[in-house]
Design a protein around this ligand. Structure first.
Ligand code: FE2
Length: 389
């Protein structure tokens, strides 16, 4: 006789006790490749599989550091093809890995608006709008990286149908049809009213390799500069830190889900566990255009430019309350960062070894390793900083 204590099949177990998150179960049901790893060296050549539902090729890239917070999805539009219209219930940030195309976006019964993109463009697709994406090249596929909160959203609202082509949800009409009529024009510079922060606000960034509106970030490393990019009515943020030739950033740590994707340059990153002894097993990540990785929750990580040109990396961030490091204000550059004077000597050795292989000279000042109060402005940062002072 069956009793209440008898083991139940997984399908009968309420979600709360189910060890496989809803997003994982949904993504497995899509029957496209799922890559579970620390990093992918080149998303442009990653093998994809046909995704019947969306009429494209695709793969989920489930990087260790995403920790069920954010999604990285690669889609590929065949040469000359137009994908079926698709309505997504959460904001979707898109970075163009390769190719050229047009995105058309609209709300039900309203005027359609289109914009063109090319390799290394970045744009936001706001929730609950209908979107149609076309590859405008007849000779080669176009490949996109999507970044969004779907794993978090599904853990709270576990019905996948809510998020895909849901006819009952409405977009924020002011985004596309309000006074901001140039919604997909180039981003505008903005300054936070109370804090030191400055950023670029918009929905379309034409070329992340050409973008040159930076401000110095002396505290983050020799010759470092960066820019933050925000999107209207959206909690996702992006950043674009740069590194001068022959330099590297300081080691630091923060919360999970921050995707790093490389628009260009030649470098490497290392990451390691924060617990005692963790530094003995550093994970080495070589990178160039198309590479992606995510530092796991509170792991130390550090980025190095070893190429003959300035390097940059695009960071895609979850909401501030998830990546708690970003809410710590004044503590930001103290206990969440390793100063050059305190770092493991292996770091500098590895950097110089990789530079030597490429015939590039280190521009790291000797004083940076001995003087904690080194004057950073001696090394000029990359890019046009005048615009954002
Ligand atoms: Fe980081």
């Amino acid at each position: 006789m069956e009793t209440a204590l008898a083991p139940q099949p997984r399908s009968a177990v309420p979600d709360y006790w189910n060890l496989v998150p809803r997003y994982s179960r949904w993504s497995e049901d899509q029957k496209i490749p799922i890559y579970k790893t620390y990093y992918v060296e080149d998303l442009r050549t990653l093998e994809l599989g046909p995704w019947e539902d969306r009429e494209c090729n695709a793969a989920f890239v489930v990087l260790t550091g995403q920790e069920g917070v954010t999604e990285s999805l690669v889609t590929e539009i065949p040469p000359g093809a137009t994908l079926p219209p698709f309505k997504f219930g959460i904001d979707d940030l898109v970075y163009v890995l390769d190719g050229r195309g047009i995105t058309t976006i609209w709300a039900e019964g309203q005027e359609k608006k289109s914009f063109e993109w090319t390799a290394r463009s970045m744009f936001m697709l706001p929730r609950n709008y209908t979107v149609q994406i076309s590859n405008t090249q007849g000779s080669r596929p176009a490949r996109l990286l999507h970044y969004n909160y779907l794993p978090t959203a599904m853990s709270i609202f576990p019905d996948p149908m809510y998020f895909f082509n849901n006819k009952s949800t409405q977009p924020d009409m002011s985004l596309l049809y309000g006074q901001e009529s140039e919604f997909y024009s180039t981003a505008k510079f903005a300054q936070h009213e109370e804090r030191w922060a400055s950023f670029w606000l918009g929905n379309f960034f034409p070329d992340m390799m050409a973008w040159d509106k930076f401000r110095p970030m002396e505290g983050r490393g020799v010759g470092a500069s960066s820019v933050s990019m925000l999107f209207p009515s959206c909690s996702i943020r992006a950043g674009l830190p740069t590194m001068a030739v022959g330099t590297y950033k300081k080691g630091h740590q923060h919360g999970p889900g921050v995707v790093v994707v490389i628009p260009g340059g030649d470098g490497f990153s290392v990451m390691w566990r924060p617990d005692p002894g963790g530094e003995k097993e550093k994970i080495y990540i070589p990178w160039h255009e198309g590479s992606i990785f995510v530092p796991p929750n509170m792991w130390w990580h550090q980025h190095f430019n070893v190429g003959a040109t300035p390097a940059r990396y695009l960071t895609l961030h979850p909401a501030r309350n998830i990546s708690w490091f970003e809410g710590r204000g004044e503590e930001r550059n103290t206990d969440s960062q390793i100063e050059y004077v305190d770092e493991d000597p292996w770091i500098r050795q590895k950097f110089e070894e990789e530079l030597t292989k490429r015939g590039v000279k280190s521009l790291m000042p000797e004083e940076a390793y001995t003087n904690r109060a080194y004057e950073w402005s001696k090394v000029a940062p990359v890019g046009d900083i005048e615009h954002v002072k």
